[in-house]
Design a protein around this ligand. Structure first.
Ligand code: MTE
Ligand code: MO
Length: 209
């Protein structure tokens, strides 16, 4: 995991380092397409997404480059959306491949997570942060976050979710051999919100701090 050193000083410059936020997203044209093995294909527009129950979660997100931040994240539970498309652990794919809108110049960003643990951990399709719509660079209009996993496992500027039988490698896994699982490791992280280092004592979500 050789991350450039600048990550420790300026986490913001590392938040969109693959594709970059799109210059603009037209909400009227934006769609979330859910497809894949053993689910009913569905294409949701923003209004349809907003019709699902909106939950707020106060949780810490952690980047593999050793910084973290706690926010009030708002959105739709992944379990809600998967129930909507008829995902069933017995006959649907076990993995979820997420793909971003991306940019013309740099292409898209993708990552795949395990569905069952994500559901059990109340993974969230986030559309607000600290009670405001996500800014473009934070992933407007939608991003997935599983808080037990490093940030690179959650795609910002999300436009498609594909249920699959394969645990595909995503951008960073392919390119730099990042761990496909992406489970947060016990060690010290900089808490940007607190302005000091914190110690994660167990693998997975940093819940208490
Ligand atoms: N589309 C897209 N999503 C992405 C990334 C990216 O480069 N492109 N970076 C990931 C990484 S490495 C992290 S740590 C988080 C950063 O989220 P933040 O902007 O809310 O800090 O977004 C993740 N999702
Ligand atoms: Mo990251």
């Amino acid at each position: 995991m050789n991350e450039p050193v600048i990550a420790h000083r300026r986490p913001s410059s590392f938040r969109y380092y693959r594709d970059g936020p799109p210059d603009v997203v037209h909400l009227g044209k934006w769609r979330l397409r859910i497809t894949g093995a053993g689910v009913t294909e569905e294409v949701l527009d923003y209004e349809a997404l907003k019709a699902f129950p909106h939950v707020i979660q106060d949780r810490r997100m952690v980047c593999v480059c050793n910084w973290s931040v706690r926010h009030r994240w708002g959105g739709v539970l992944l379990s809600t959306l998967l129930a909507e498309v008829g995902w069933n652990p017995d006959r649907s794919g076990a993995f979820l491949r997420q793909t971003s809108l991306g940019t013309m110049e740099k292409g898209t960003y993708s990552s795949t997570v395990r569905i069952i643990p994500a559901i059990e951990r109340d993974a969230l399709l986030v559309d607000t942060v600290d009670d405001r719509p996500l800014p473009l660079e934070r992933g407007f209009p939608l991003r997935l976050v599983d808080f037990a996993l490093y940030g690179y496992k959650g795609v910002k500027g999300l436009t498609s979710l594909d249920v699959t039988d394969r645990f595909d490698r995503g951008y960073w896994e392919d390119r730099y051999g990042y761990d496909k699982e992406g489970l947060i490791r016990p060690k010290r992280y900089r808490a940007c919100d607190l302005g000091h280092m914190i110690l994660a004592e167990t693998p997975g979500e940093i819940g208490q701090i």
